[in-house]
Design a protein around this ligand. Structure first.
Ligand code: ADP
Length: 260
């Protein structure tokens, strides 16, 4: 920022050039700050599971090798390592998708079937929290998508809707033909909602509104879901009212695949 060029206000070409240069400098400074923050977040999020793994390994070393405790410690270590690997794998999928190098396998997929399958996965969780989970799909809607990736994005959204909605609430998933060859999978909830000041940040890597809350995960789910949507030529958008609920819309092009 010390490299900023003084602006004289004379409105001539040189002055305009100085302003453009300063704007570019501000953007670069913003990017550097983002990268620094991301680095801090990554270091923090990798540190906790690694510390736990180290603790388990130490216990395994000093513990009684004949007891069942040894087996249980080995199992816990594997669980922690798997969690870490899954986090790293998610980070790689995000980076590749954002760089336009996502290895998506597009095929015609009936989104109504996909949405039903995704909702079925959460029946037990919804029942546990006494949340009414419904999916409304008017007719078969076929789109050219990567089935596994859209399933992943959608399960993240439903998982969040259930996590951030108190017991007794409602979560519903709708597939809406948005016209112009586009389709929207909407996930509605009657949960805690998101403050206006946080609404764009929730898509950042590792951002959590309240990291101390036990329901918060690694903070990668929405970033991944948006990267997947954008990798399909679509987007992930949100509308939310604090204390009332949220709607996440996964917007996808149908690519003019005829309904079969
Ligand atoms: P996490 O693993 O923490 O759920 P996400 O990337 O999926 O990470 O979401 C980022 C943050 O956005 C969450 O920690 C939460 O604060 C907020 N959030 C996501 N979905 C919802 C929702 N449906 N209602 C309210 N807040 C939400």
């Amino acid at each position: 920022l010390e490299a900023r060029v003084p602006v004289t206000g004379s409105q001539d070409e040189l002055d305009l050039l100085a302003k453009t240069f300063n704007t570019m400098l501000d953007r670069i400074a913003g990017l550097v700050a983002n990268i620094r923050e991301m680095g801090d977040n990554i270091a923090h999020d990798l540190k906790s599971p690694l510390t736990r793994i180290r603790g388990l390994a130490e216990l395994t070393l000093v513990g009684n090798k004949d007891s069942g405790a040894f087996e249980s410690m080995a199992a816990s270590t594997i669980e922690e390592v798997d969690r870490l690997l899954s986090m790293i794998n998610t980070m790689l999928v995000i980076s590749r998708a954002e760089a336009g190098q996502g290895e998506f396998r597009f095929e015609p997929v009936d989104l109504s079937g996909l949405v039903h399958e995704a909702c079925d996965l959460f029946d037990a969780v919804a029942e546990d929290k006494d949340i009414l989970l419904k999916c409304t799909v008017p007719a078969p809607v076929v789109a050219r998508v990567d089935r596994g990736m859209i399933q992943r994005a959608l399960t993240n959204l439903i998982d969040n809707a259930l996590k951030y909605t108190p017991c007794g609430g409602r979560v519903w998933v709708e597939v809406v033909d948005a016209g112009g060859g586009r389709v929207e999978i909407q996930v509605h909830d009657t949960g805690k909602g998101i403050a206006v000041s946080d609404i764009e940040r929730i898509f950042d890597r590792f951002f959590r509104v309240d990291p101390s809350r036990s329901e918060s995960g690694a903070g990668l789910g929405l970033c991944l879901a948006r990267a997947i949507a954008r990798g399909h030529g679509g987007d992930l958008c949100v509308e939310s009212v604090l204390g009332k609920g949220s709607v996440f819309s996964l917007r996808l092009p149908k690519d003019n695949v005829p309904v079969t």
